[in-house]
Design a protein around this ligand. Sequence first.
Ligand code: PMP
Length: 324
Amino acid sequence: MNEQLPLLCYFEGKVVPLSEAKVGILTHAFSYGTGCFEGIRAYFNTEHDQLYVFHPLEHYRRLQQSAGILLMTLPFSPEQLVQKTTELLSGSGIRTDAYIRPMMYKADEIIGVRLHNLRSELYITVQPFGNYIDIDRALDVCTSSWKRIDDNMIPARGKITGAYVNSAFAKSEAQLSGYDEAIMLDNSGHVSEGSAENLFILRGGTVYTPPVTANILEGITRATIITLLREELGVPVVEREIDRTELYVCDELLLCGTGAQIAPVGSVDHRQVGGGGVGDLGRALQTLYFDVVRGNVPKYAHWCAPVYEEARQTNSEKPLAVAY
Ligand code: PMP
């Protein structure tokens, strides 16, 4: 990355240096959590000399849905937002892995809880970014004493800022008790998701993941993994309710998300999962996933939006060698 260039952001209608983007302390979303956001990753491919944004359109379509749930309308189409994002990344001169944070939020500086009749604004920030959690070892996780918020409380389907207090309760409880991460159950006692990750278990050659009705965020990594498991690794995937104790007896457990990427789990509530380390499926999936997100797999090149126009055209014909 060129250190001379300031990080640019889109803020309330203009492109400005990040240091100039400020909101007032009475901003509605700050007081009441009335915003929705996305976390998007971009991966730098040194061989291609190119930065690829992973699944940006899907993220902006989800932002559009979250905004609609909160009675807001995005000022641009998802396609236009992808364009703005690549311009911010290239304008900031980022040539390393990066993170993009768009947020649509209730911007009026007023007192009063509601969703309607409020001005809403959009920002998009970009920044260099590495791993969010350690994915080179198996994580020790717990089931949280905090229950996942229900669709009729704050819908997890919308990526709503205020809802992340629920995730923060679970994550801090887990980490302050010595675990790496928390898995939340929903009010029916079934497995929902991690604090910021969807979840997959492997049992007897089939992979299971909670359905979209289990108070989960409908993850883009989740959808990616379902495709890669079925299409490339030949592993059947079933979306169904998962019991807490299935986490104890499964062969492998994986957490996944844009931030977490693919994080294998070695124990749940002190019960060892599989061999306790990174399992064969987890390792195969990680290898394949990182090839895909870096734009090295031609079949999935359309999932990766290039940022720089004048990249070297060396798109390798790397075969999908990973077999499970
Ligand atoms: N669940 C929650 C609660 C999350 O915050 C995230 C991260 N966005 C995920 C799941 C994973 O979603 P995605 O793969 O779209 O990043």
